[in-house]
Design a protein around this ligand. Structure first.
Ligand code: ADP
Length: 250
């Protein structure tokens, strides 16, 4: 442990390139995705990603509430991201705060860009994201869960939306930051990718990176998103796969 001012700073990167949890710079945390755990919702997904635990539920297309949000030419996507009061060590004030509103907005906009909303005019597609345990990267985990839940609800989309945060930790660009890396690192860059087109539909940045570092970070993030995409598809295949039909005996 080193120290900066009053804060104890853990060793974030060893000389042989290992991170605080033993990962390499380009390694994701363990990720498990389950499609359809909630029977009541039209679609749902549960994501365990490192120490993050996130549930998403989708309802709709259904009547729009409040009514004035209704659009005559498309569905509106109403996204609510919430972090449970017990999801973090420090006491978190329950309920809607500015951070939750911002995350709800960016996730909703990312989803809006891939859902064929014009197929369901005058309706709402309601996406609820509940973070039960948080350890950095929850907006990305929420987006992964939400897009699998939308697919589980049978809502037509251009593609699934894998997402991951890349950051700068002890001067190095690292994939998929955990809490200590997010807290004590120099930058955090969450992104979401449309895999088939290569388009980024969410890109935010906190902290500082050089132009060169940004290029490295984007490459690392896109590679991470492609690996996450495979897990998202596998979760949906697991949910809907049927036993192969035995070839009829001749
Ligand atoms: P993300 O979860 O997408 O990385 P942030 O960068 O805002 O979003 O948050 C990083 C992490 O900080 C969260 O995942 C969570 O572990 C923690 N955190 C965020 N807000 C709070 C809060 N109000 N109280 C305690 N911890 C929080």
């Amino acid at each position: 442990m080193g120290s900066v001012g009053a804060k104890e700073v853990p060793v974030l990167l060893t000389p042989d390139g290992r991170r605080i949890d033993g990962r390499r710079l380009d390694e994701l945390r363990a990720l498990e995705i389950r499609a359809g755990p909630l029977k009541q919702a039209d679609g749902s997904a549960f994501v365990e990603w490192g120490a993050n635990k996130v549930m998403a539920a989708v309802y709709g297309p259904r009547e729009v509430h409040p009514r004035h949000l209704q659009q005559n030419d498309r569905a509106v996507i109403q996204c609510k991201y919430n972090m449970a009061a017990f999801s973090v060590d420090e006491r978190k004030r329950p309920g809607l705060d500015r951070r939750s509103q911002e995350i709800s907005k960016v996730i909703g906009e990312a989803l809006q860009s891939v859902v064929f909303t014009e197929e369901f005019p005058r309706t709402s597609i309601d996406v609820y994201i509940e973070v039960l345990q948080a350890n950095a990267g929850t907006r990305c985990a929420g987006l992964v869960a939400a897009s699998v839940a939308l697919a589980d609800a049978g809502i037509p989309m251009v593609d699934l939306l894998p997402a991951v945060a890349v950051g700068k930790v002890a001067g190095a660009i690292a994939l998929d930051l955990k809490k200590e890396e997010d807290n004590f690192g120099e930058a955090d860059l969450p992104m979401a990718l449309v895999p088939q087109s290569g388009r980024l539909v969410l890109l935010q940045m906190e902290g500082h990176m050089t132009e060169e570092e940004l290029g490295t970070a984007l490459d690392l993030g896109v590679g991470g998103c492609r690996a996450i995409y495979e897990k998202m598809k596998a979760a949906l295949r697991d949910r809907y796969s049927v036993a192969p039909i035995e070839e009829a005996a001749r």
